[in-house]
Design a protein around this ligand. Structure first.
Ligand code: FMN
Length: 131
């Protein structure tokens, strides 16, 4: 985690990020205990469209997140600007051009419940159609 934090600092400076942006991005590695990097790998396929390969990697993130929560851990799915920086991905995880970070799933003992926030009105954004 300290290696990823230092790399975030280097990349943030190289990309012209503000000190606040760099601090926020480093924070997940400075505070985190364990993070699983879920990597999307795009493979040429006549059967599986690229977008479905992306969705699948996202589904892995959600499955892992829910499994960790169900097992009683605190868990969160984070990314941040560095996760979308190809040079960070290369130096951090030796990712190739067809690979991306889908998510960093942080898992640890929960010390306090996460604060709630305003939620959308699901009924207002759901459309039911009957034939
Ligand atoms: C793909 C993805 C990336 C995220 N990246 C970040 C992030 O970099 N920083 C952050 O504070 N929250 C990020 N979040 C949001 C947190 O994970 C969020 O707190 C979590 O999804 C809990 O959702 P809730 O607050 O709606 O319950 C991200 C969420 C997703 C789905």
């Amino acid at each position: 985690m300290s290696r990823l934090s230092a790399l975030t600092q280097d990349r943030g400076i190289a990309l012209g990020k503000t000190p606040e942006e760099i601090d926020k991005a480093r924070n997940q590695f400075d505070m985190g205990q364990l993070a699983v990097a879920v990597i999307e790998v795009q493979k040429p396929s006549e059967k599986i469209p690229a977008i479905e390969q992306t969705y699948s990697a996202g589904a892995v993130c959600l499955a892992l997140l829910n499994a960790a929560l169900a097992a009683g851990w605190g868990a969160n799915w984070l990314s941040g600007w560095q996760a979308h920086d190809p040079e960070f991905c290369r130096q951090a995880f030796d990712l190739q051009e067809n690979e991306r970070i889908a998510g960093l799933i942080h898992i640890a003992t929960e010390s306090k419940a996460p604060p709630e926030r305003p939620r959308p009105d699901v009924a207002a954004i759901t459309e039911w159609v009957s034939e």
